[in-house]
Ligand binder design. Structure first.
Ligand SMILES: [Zn+2]
Length: 520
C-alpha cells in the first residue's frame, strides 16, 4: 500500500537526493509540496525578472522568460545526472498590434488584428461610417458602397470606423478599402450589455485579403474614436521566425525499447507568469524527475517540457512528428500534466475509457490502463475524482495521433464549478475552476495546496509504477516495484458531475478566449 506524503515521515537530511528512491514509500516520502513549490516560485521569479522587450513579466513562447525557464529546468536536470537534450522548435513570434487614439484625447485601445492584413503603420483621420451609437444601436454600417458616398477618403492615411451589425466583417472591410480607406477599425455593436457585444472583436475576414490593417476593437473604444476630429495610429509588426526549445531529459533503463514518457508545457501565455497553467505540471514533473534520478527503473524514463503549447501545441507536435517510426514505436506510453493545481479545483482524469465523454479522437488502446492507475490511486488515498474529456487539447495530441497510449490529469480551467462539485471538492460554486485562467493573476498565489500535494504524489507514483511495468498498457512484461507492495484498489468510479458536459480543456484553450469571433 502506498503512503500519501501527508502520512509519511520526512526523510532525514538530504537523503532524498542521495539515495535511489525506487520504492513507493521512499519516493512519496521525498515528493513534498515544498519541493514542488520551490520550482513554481522559481517560475514566478523568472517571469517577474523577465525584461523581454515585447512580453515582459511572462514565460511566453519566444521570450527571454521562456528561455530562462528552459535554463532553469535543464540546469537542475543536468546537475541531477540526466542526459538533457534541448530540442529546437521553430516558432512564429507574433507582436501585439497597437491602436492608439491621438486626438481629441490620447488613449491606447485594446484591439485584435485580422488575419491577412498588411504589416504597416497608418496614422490619420478616423472617419465614422454610418454608426448608430444610440438606442438599439441597430446599424448597417459599411454594408454597402453607398455608406461611404459623401465621406472623404482622399487622404493617404484614412481610417474607416465601422460598427458590427447586419453584414459580415468581410463585407465591411471590402467596401471600406474600395472607398479608399488605408485602414479599417471594426468596433463592437454595443447593442446588449453582454461581453460578446461589448468587448474586442476578432475581425475574421473570410476569404478577403485586406490590403491594409483591419483591426477589431470594443464598443467603448469605437465610441471614443467616433468623436469629431479624432485621429489615431495603428501599428502592425510582421511576425518573426524564432527558435524555442523543448527540454527532453532521459534516464536510460535496461529496456531501451520500452520508454515511459511524461510531459508538461513550459510556456505561459503572454498575459502573465502562468503558474497554474502550466507551472504546476512543469514543477511537479521536474520534482519527480529530480527525485527519480537514481531510481534505476527497468524501463527507460523520459521527461518532456514543451515549448509553445499555448500557440498551438507546437513543441510537442514538433517533437513527436520529428521522431522516426522506430523511435515512436519505443514509447510505451505518454502522460500529460497541464494544470494540476487549479485554485478552485476538481480532480480530473483524462477519460480514456469514455465512461463520461465520448472522445472526439481515437483513443489509443492501452490508454484506459493509465486512467485506471490514476483512479486507483485517488481511490486508495480517499480522494473523489471525475472524468475529464479525452480531447487531445493539450500536448498529448501528437502522441495519440500516432497511436501512443496516453493519459493525464486536469484540475479545471475556465469552466465554473457547480454546487454539486463544491459539495464534493470544496471551493466556490459559481466560480471558474481557475479564475485566473490565461490572465496576469495566474501567479504564485494561484494554486490549491491540497490539489498540488495529491497530484504531485500521483505524478511521481505513476512514473515509478510504469517505470517498473507497462504490462497493463502494452503487454511488455515488467518487474515488481521494490519495497512494500502497492496494490491499488479497484477505482471507486468517477463522480459523473460532468454528465452535462464541460469537463475538459476548452475548445479555445489554445487561443485568446477574450476575443469574439462571430461576424454579424
Ligand atoms: Zn496549459
Amino acid at each position: 500500500m502506498a503512503l500519501p506524503a501527508t502520512m509519511a515521515t520526512a526523510a532525514p537530511g538530504n537523503a532524498c537526493d542521495n539515495r535511489s528512491n525506487n520504492s513507493y514509500d521512499k519516493l512519496l516520502q521525498c515528493v513534498t509540496t515544498e519541493g514542488v513549490l520551490e520550482h513554481m516560485q522559481a517560475f514566478q521569479r523568472i517571469a517577474e525578472e523577465s525584461t523581454d522587450p515585447v512580453y515582459p513579466g511572462s514565460r511566453a513562447s519566444g521570450t527571454t522568460g521562456y528561455q530562462a525557464s528552459v535554463d532553469y529546468v535543464a540546469g537542475l536536470l543536468e546537475d541531477a545526472g540526466y542526459t538533457v537534450t534541448l530540442d529546437e522548435v521553430p516558432i512564429t513570434f507574433d507582436y501585439p498590434s497597437t491602436l492608439t487614439q491621438l486626438s481629441p484625447t490620447r488613449a491606447e485601445h485594446p484591439n485584435a488584428i485580422a488575419a491577412g492584413s498588411g504589416y504597416t503603420t497608418v496614422e490619420g483621420r478616423v472617419i465614422p461610417v454610418d454608426l448608430n451609437l444610440e438606442g438599439d444601436r441597430a446599424n448597417t454600417s459599411g454594408c454597402q458602397a453607398d455608406d461611404f458616398a459623401g465621406l472623404d477618403f482622399t487622404g493617404d492615411q484614412d481610417i474607416a470606423l465601422v460598427q458590427r451589425g447586419t453584414c459580415s466583417f468581410e463585407e465591411k472591410a471590402t467596401f471600406a478599402e474600395a472607398a479608399g480607406a488605408e485602414a479599417v477599425v471594426i468596433m463592437n455593436q454595443g447593442n446588449t450589455p453582454a461581453d460578446d457585444r461589448q468587448g474586442v472583436i476578432n475581425p475574421t475576414l473570410g476569404t478577403y485579403q485586406a490590403e491594409g490593417p483591419v483591426v477589431g476593437t470594443s464598443f467603448a473604444a469605437g465610441e471614443a474614436l467616433a468623436a469629431p476630429g479624432a485621429t489615431a495610429r495603428i501599428v502592425l509588426v510582421e511576425p518573426d521566425e524564432r527558435i524555442d526549445y523543448n527540454v527532453i531529459a532521459e534516464l536510460p533503463g535496461k529496456n531501451a525499447d520500452n520508454v515511459v514518457m511524461a510531459g508538461a508545457h513550459l510556456d505561459s501565455v503572454a498575459a502573465g507568469p502562468g503558474i497554474n497553467d502550466d507551472g504546476s505540471g512543469s514543477a511537479a514533473l521536474l520534482e519527480t524527475a529530480l527525485l527519480m534520478a537514481k531510481s534505476n527503473t527497468p524501463n527507460t524514463l523520459r521527461f518532456g517540457w514543451w515549448a509553445a503549447e499555448e500557440s498551438g501545441l507546437i513543441g510537442s507536435t514538433d517533437y513527436v512528428t520529428g521522431l522516426s517510426p522506430e523511435e515512436r514505436e519505443r514509447i510505451a506510453l505518454y502522460m500529460n500534466y497541464d494544470m494540476v493545481a487549479s485554485p478552485n479545483y476538481y480532480l480530473g482524469v483524462y477519460d480514456a475509457n469514455e465512461s463520461t465523454f465520448p472522445a472526439p479522437v481515437v483513443v489509443p488502446p492501452g490508454s484506459e490502463a493509465i486512467e485506471a492507475v490514476y483512479e486507483g490511486y485517488y481511490t486508495e488515498v480517499g480522494q473523489p475524482y471525475d472524468d475529464s474529456e479525452f480531447s487531445g487539447r493539450s500536448d498529448y495530441q501528437a502522441f495519440i495521433d500516432n497511436g501512443i497510449p496516453s493519459g493525464g490529469l486536469f484540475t479545471g480551467a475556465e469552466v465554473r464549478k457547480t454546487p454539486q462539485q463544491q459539495a464534493i471538492w470544496g471551493g466556490t460554486a459559481g466560480e471558474q475552476f481557475d479564475p485566473c485562467y490565461h490572465l496576469a493573476c495566474d501567479d504564485i498565489t494561484n494554486y490549491d495546496a491540497e490539489a498540488l500535494e495529491v497530484n504531485s504524489d500521483l505524478i511521481a507514483y505513476a512514473m515509478l509504477h510504469f517505470g517498473y511495468s507497462t504490462q497493463a498498457v502494452n503487454g511488455v512484461p515488467g518487474q515488481k516495484v521494490p519495497g512494500r507492495a502497492s496494490t491499488l484498489p479497484a477505482p471507486a468510479g468517477p463522480e459523473y458531475t460532468f454528465a452535462g458536459g464541460g469537463g475538459g480543456l476548452a475548445h479555445d484553450h489554445l487561443h485568446d478566449h477574450d476575443v469574439e469571433r462571430d461576424s454579424a
